[in-house]
Write a protein that binds this ligand. Structure first.
Ligand code: F6R
Length: 609
């Protein structure tokens, strides 16, 4: 995610801001910028690329100043570029703003501001914040920011500066983190503690709806109703490496825990009215274009391919359209049958996977319409596709994909609802039922994430084994495949996934006393069948660890261990059921002392064939 740094005090601000931004580099970014208040007013510099590019541009000539703001941007609205980088200014260049999050209603705000005479230069949602602050400014920056954020729908952590009030930084947050670092005669603001850990360990944590006025000598924090708050001072006890991971021992665990937030960000502005309606405005497909689709071809690699398999179950069930899923590395060499009315759906977290990109280009050559689901704005896949549906998971640092996968699933469900609506085959009530169920998932997920201890116990059983099996029926099979991949790649235990009904066609020969078999049982329609398959394993003394839908009581008596998963509509269960498998893989890898975030032989972005 993007990074925010702010400083006000007596030291030269530029080097503190740059230093702070470098401490946030681990979060991933594609451009950087600073705004400094110096003798001649606000000086803004920004550059696409690494912070080193910004430093090279600035050289030794940046004017001195003791307050300023800095930002590392990870593109959401508008490709990475100098202009789209933060800070953003109003028309007058007297106001500058840095912002993390997504402003959902930025287009309507932009239109309104343009009618008021404001001129925009970037493609970002953030620029509206700078113009709103400028618009409402009447000599009181706090009041202007407060009015600006009232206009905004979506999520934000922001800091604003203005020339006229050079003794303060104003910050505000909603659904995006912001912390204030407390120094002696100087204060700091950041989206994440590592940015100022070198200077102070004392912090105030800003909560949703709160705003703060930060000067060199004081910090005043206000509740949403404007009341001045007495906030406690927190002491950071983590070291710098831990702080980068938000206090978690590994990025993978941090990213697993971030999934409720990633889901909420990805559905924001798309599942409208708490899920009662769906609108993917970015796709801008007409009902006629949607109706013309006769077949969908999903192409991806690894975890993204597993997401595609879930998508197939959902789309075929709901849209009654044939869906084929292919590994990108196979697709490109097998001369696939693509007729003109086939929509090619490409899924890639990084947007740079060589095989996926080659598959996309093959489909392009054949003249097919290409829709991409990706996490990286401006990536090669995003640029080469006709339409892009972005996942808003934020940068994923651990090699093993978790939050990107989950947001890919959500995007596939939303795409299914959208196509169903545009094709006229889903009525309002069905959309509302599915949409509201989707909106409930982040909260249900939080309840699963709070049950780590149960999974740690299962991991202790799994850790000494060199082989494990995953089974599932229907969409549970697709989840089993992802669970097995997670376990393999980070714990180095050989794991295979099978459709439960296939065991007796060969694999049952491998079931020996105590061998771990992870059985998924979340699909109401096939619970009885799943139970029969479990009994086949139990009869051969396999050790069955069952991930069962809440309410599937009989499973507890038949298996060795059971982990109950909160109930959702069958087709949506993968979003909930895969997460305990991610945690299981994680704790097993930890128990085996594996390098969780960087498994051997693997890379985050596979840019070779
Ligand atoms: C596994 C994993 C990989 C990727 C695959 C495709 O945890 O992350 O299997 O899913 O390399 O990568 P993207 O999605 O970037 O195309």
């Amino acid at each position: 995610m993007c990074g925010i740094v702010g400083y006000i005090g007596t030291q030269p601000a530029y080097s503190i801001l740059i230093d702070g931004l470098k401490k946030l580099e681990y979060r991933g970014y594609d451009s950087a910028g600073v705004a400094l208040l110096c003798a001649k007013g606000l000086k803004v510099e920004k550059a696409k690329g690494e912070i080193a590019m910004l430093e090279a541009r600035v050289g030794n000539n940046f004017p001195e100043g003791n307050m300023g703001i800095g930002h590392t941007r990870w593109a959401t609205h508008g490709a990475p570029s100098d202009i789209n980088a933060h800070p953003h200014c109003g028309c007058s260049q007297e106001f500058a703003v840095v912002h993390n999050g997504i402003i959902e209603n930025y287009l309507s705000l932009r239109e309104w501001l343009e009618e008021q005479g404001h001129r925009f230069i970037s493609e970002t949602d953030t620029e509206v914040l700078a113009h709103l602050v400028e618009h409402y400014y009447d000599g009181d920056l706090l009041r202007a920011v407060s009015q600006a954020v009232k206009m905004v729908e979506g999520s934000f952590a922001m800091v604003a500066v203005c020339e006229q009030e050079g003794d303060k930084l104003i910050c505000a947050r909603k659904d995006s983190p912001l912390v204030i670092g407390l120094g002696e005669g100087e204060n700091y603001i950041a989206s994440d503690v590592p940015a100022f850990l070198k200077w102070t360990r004392h912090t105030h944590i800003l909560e949703d709806g709160e705003m703060a006025v930060v000067t060199a000598s004081a910090v005043s924090i206000f509740a949403p109703n404007g009341q001045l708050l007495q906030k406690e001072i927190n002491e950071v006890t983590w070291d710098a490496a831990e702080a980068e991971k938000g206090g978690y021992p590994h990025f993978m665990l941090k990213e697993i825990m971030e999934q409720p937030r990633a889901l909420r960000d990805t559905m924001r502005g798309r599942l409208i009215d708490e899920g009662r309606d769906i609108n993917l405005t970015e796709l801008a497909l007409t009902p006629q274009q949607c109706q013309a689709i006769e077949r969908i071809f999903i192409v991806a690699c690894g975890t993204a391919y597993h997401a595609g398999l879930v998508g197939k179950y959902a789309m075929e069930k709901i849209l009654r359209l044939p869906v084929e899923v292919d590994l990108a590395s196979e697709f490109r060499y097998r001369d696939p049958l693509l007729d003109p009315n086939t929509l090619v759906l490409v899924i890639s977290q990084s947007g740079e996977t060589a095989d996926t990109l080659a598959a996309l280009r093959l489909a392009r050559k054949r003249g097919n319409q290409i829709l991409a689901i990706t996490n990286v704005v401006g990536s090669s896949v995003a640029r080469d596709a006709d339409k892009v549906l972005y996942t808003w998971a934020g940068p994923e640092i651990a090699v093993a994909s978790t939050k990107a996968y989950l947001t890919q699933l959500l995007s596939l469900y939303m795409l299914t609802l959208y196509l169903g609506k545009q094709r006229g085959i889903l009525d309002g009530q069905t959309i509302a039922e599915m949409g509201t169920a989707l909106c409930r998932l982040p909260t249900q997920l939080e309840s699963i994430l709070g049950r780590e201890a149960e999974l740690q116990q299962i991991a202790d059983y799994l850790a000494p084994w060199e082989s494990a099996f995953f089974i599932g029926r229907n969409v549970d099979y697709a989840v089993a495949m992802e669970g097995a991949l997670k376990l393999k790649e980070i714990s180095y235990i050989h794991a295979e996934a099978y459709a439960s009904g296939e065991l007796k066609h060969g694999t049952l020969a491998l079931i020996v006393d105590g061998i771990p078999v992870i059985a998924m049982a979340t699909q109401s329609a096939v619970l009885d069948k799943s139970l029969s398959n479990i009994k086949e394993i139990k009869a051969r003394c396999g050790h069955v660890i069952c991930f069962a839908r809440e309410g599937a009581i009989s499973f507890a008596q038949e298996v060795d261990r059971v982990f109950h998963i909160p109930a959702a509509p069958d087709i949506l269960m993968p979003i909930l059921s895969v997460v305990p498998l991610q945690l299981l893989a994680y704790y097993t890898a930890v128990a085996r002392a594996c390098p969780v975030d960087k498994p051997r032989n693997l890379a985050k972005s596979v840019t070779v064939e």
